[in-house]
Ligand binder design. Structure first.
Ligand code: MN
Length: 394
């Protein structure tokens, strides 16, 4: 059955769907949202749900952070999940040893490459940093790990340096290289450009994109990265993460499906539930109008919209909410029309004449404009009052 209605003008994504995948970092970058701290049990539960969704790779944490973090990552790696479990690692052998202790399948080795980070943060030369990176990659590969190498602040690194270092990383055995838009300063055009240049310089390594949402561009930048040749997309549930967060998993997945007709084969009926789980444990509230999973993104109030949706949901919805475990709701208020009210009355087993219906609609609008929210109880009271005043009883 049809469940979505996209725009026929959307271009096709020039990608091999079989090769495209997500590595989710809710448990690492997501947990780095200021104020967020998951317990081991919470991390495990989120990891299980991500696995149930069908995510290919889960970045479970950063073992160097603490002993407990290390134990959490180890527990996830040993939970028997289908997903490959990755750990974040600095370009240091001791960090890779910690990852090995955790029994993970792979590591994301990161080191900053931009002049800004080299000068003010690392206080190292690019040559020193490159040497550290290559040593770490070799060490991790010698120990049988999947290795992704991430140039932190890639979007502010001179292209020739970026290309050389990533090519070097590939030659040292990296399975994937990341373009990390660490400060969220890339645009769709620049991310596309960097990825497509990088694609030309690599032989076999995949490209991953890790985008931040400082300007609300994380999702679209990720998709342009894919158009430029990236094969792995970094996401977090609800888009949580450092500062304005990362590319939201649910937005990337649904945009690919509905707008670009690319199906990653995920069990999307779990998306709303997963969002609620992460909202609960992160204590970062999901805005009610947050795309895809916000509580009110499938609510309709205005009479014109309600009319349309009752006749055919696609008139005002891009896809059916139940597909992702969400639900549609008709809300009553200032903009309500008679068709929606009649549908609600029918649900309650009440049939009324047209003039009584109009009276009920009028009273609903007035009540809302008096500052009253039209919850079920209020709706019922209004209906009862009108019926009583008209001498009918229900
Ligand atoms: Mn990040």
């Amino acid at each position: 059955m049809k469940w979505k209605e996209g725009c026929p003008y959307n271009p096709r994504l020039n990608v091999d769907v079989e090769e495209l995948y997500i590595y989710d970092t809710t448990l690492r970058d997501g947990e780095q949202t200021p104020g967020v701290c998951f317990t081991k049990e919470e991390k495990l539960e989120i990891a299980r749900k991500l696995d149930e969704l069908g995510i290919k790779q889960i970045e479970a944490g950063f073992p160097a952070v603490s002993e407990r973090e290390m134990e959490s990552v180890k527990a996830i790696a040993n939970a028997g999940l289908n997903a490959d479990i990755l750990a974040l690692s600095r370009a240091l052998r001791e960090d890779i040893d910690r990852a090995l202790y955790c029994d993970v399948d792979g590591v994301i080795i990161f080191i900053a490459t931009s002049p800004l980070h080299l000068k003010y943060k690392l206080r190292k030369t690019l040559e020193e940093v490159e040497e550290m990176g290559m040593d770490a990659i070799e060490y991790a590969k010698d120990h049988g790990l999947f290795v992704a190498f991430s140039a932190e602040d890639a979007t502010r690194t001179p292209l020739e340096d970026l290309l050389r270092i990533h090519r070097n990383a590939e030659e040292h055995g990296a399975d994937r290289v990341h373009i990390a838009d660490t400060a969220g300063v890339g645009t769709p055009q620049s991310i596309y450009y960097i990825c497509s240049e990088l694609r030309k310089h690599l032989k076999r390594a995949h490209i991953g994109v890790h985008c931040h949402n400082d300007f609300g561009f994380a999702v679209i930048n990720s998709l342009y990265g894919v158009m430029g040749g990236a094969r792995a997309i970094s996401t977090t549930v609800n888009g949580i993460g450092e500062r304005a967060g990362n590319a939201a998993l649910e937005e990337v997945v649904m945009a690919l499906m509905v707008l670009y007709d690319v199906d990653l084969g995920l069990n999307i009926s779990l998306l709303k539930e997963l969002s609620e789980l992460v909202e609960k444990y992160s204590k970062i509230p999901v805005p009610v109008n947050k795309p895809i999973v916000g509580d009110r993104v499938f609510h309709h109030e205005s009479g014109i919209h309600v009319d349309g949706v009752l006749a055919n949901p696609f008139t005002y919805e891009p896809f059916l909410p139940e597909k992702i475990g969400h639900r549609r709701e008709i809300v009553f208020g200032k903009h309500s029309g008679s068709r929606g009210v009649r549908a609600k009355l029918k649900e309650m087993g009440i049939e009324v004449s047209d003039d009584i219906l109009l009276e009920i609609v009028k009273r609903i609008k007035e009540a809302r404009e008096d500052g009253i929210e039209i919850e079920d109880k209020v709706f019922r009271d209004i209906v009862e009052e009108v019926l009583k005043s008209r001498g009918c009883s229900k």
